[in-house]
Every structure is written in structure tokens, then in C-alpha cells.
Design a protein around this ligand. Structure first.
Ligand code: NI
Length: 169
């Protein structure tokens, strides 16, 4: 396993749509292992492959709370089959938009289909933080960031702030 570099705004690769995965093989599992390690090191709770500059429809996630056993989850070619009309707000952040947090409103519950680490097809309902996180990460696969759900002014301020941080580092 190896740590990968996380790209941040305004890197144009974050705006690109990712390609479906053809096969869940050892090469893809090696990518998922690297992504999980990179996410834990950041630290974060979700990471899409494009955030390590790989344009594939792959996501890793771990929503375990501090002190709990790790619960790594892997999503290949995820699809949303259904989303509730009811929405819920959540204060989101993103490893590609460091140190910016703002409230985004999304469907409160979704039904998902994806392939797991072993390439098995799973259908699952998600709610709460799981629903927030999977929708946030799936946006990345289509080149959408959480700040794209905010006003233009807030989005521009966020990008300016991240650029400033990068210069100061
Ligand atoms: Ni993100």
C-alpha cells in the first residue's frame, strides 16, 4: 500500500467525469487499498478516486466513530436507484477543499447499487451520515464538488481561501 497525493481545488481534474470500471481485479483492489490508506492518513471519512487523480468510478469510505473498529467500505460503479423527496441539511467538508465547511441539502435517504471489494453486486439503503457521504462522493465521480451546491459567491470565496492556504504552506 502507498499514500497517494490528494489534489485540491482549483485543479481542473476535479471537474472531470470518471469512467466506469471494467473489472474488479487485483490492480483495482491495489488502488482501493491505497485510497483507503490515503483517506485514513488525511484524515477523512470518504474519498473518490479522482481525488487521487485517477478518473475511475471508485469510492472508499469509513464512517466508524473514534474508538470503534474500522469499517472500511468500497464502492465500484455506484448508482443511486432511488432518492427520497425528503431532504436533510448537513455541514460538509472535502479533502479536496481543505478547511472549508458549509451546509448542503441532499435527499435524506437513498437506495444504492454498487460492486464491493470482491466485485459482488450489492443493493443497500442509506440514511444519515452514510446517505450524505455516498452522495457527496458520487458527485465527485461526475466532477461535482460540495461547493458547487453553494452560491457562486461562497464557492469563489472557498476556492480563494484554499489557494491562499496553498501559497502559505
Ligand atoms: Ni469530497
Amino acid at each position: 500500500m502507498a499514500l497517494r497525493e490528494i489534489i485540491v481545488v482549483p485543479d481542473p481534474r476535479l471537474k472531470q467525469a470518471s469512467e466506469p470500471v471494467q473489472a474488479v481485479d487485483d490492480e483495482l483492489r491495489a488502488l482501493m487499498d491505497d485510497m483507503l490508506e490515503t483517506m485514513y492518513a488525511a484524515p477523512g471519512i470518504g474519498l473518490a478516486a479522482i481525488q487521487v487523480a485517477v478518473p475511475k468510478r471508485v469510492i472508499v469510505m469509513d464512517l466508524a466513530r473514534e474508538g470503534e473498529e474500522p469499517q472500511p467500505r468500497y464502492f465500484v460503479n455506484p448508482e443511486i436507484l432511488w432518492a427520497s423527496e425528503e431532504t436533510a441539511p448537513y455541514e460538509e467538508g472535502c479533502l479536496s477543499v481543505p478547511e472549508i465547511y458549509d451546509e448542503v441539502e441532499r435527499p435524506a435517504r437513498v437506495k444504492l447499487r454498487y460492486l464491493n471489494y470482491r466485485g459482488e453486486q450489492i443493493e443497500e439503503d442509506a440514511e444519515g451520515l452514510y446517505a450524505v457521504c455516498i452522495q457527496h462522493e458520487m458527485d465527485h465521480l461526475d466532477g461535482v464538488l460540495f461547493i458547487d451546491h453553494l452560491s457562486r459567491l461562497k464557492r469563489e470565496q472557498a476556492i480563494k481561501k484554499v489557494k491562499k492556504q496553498a501559497k502559505a504552506a
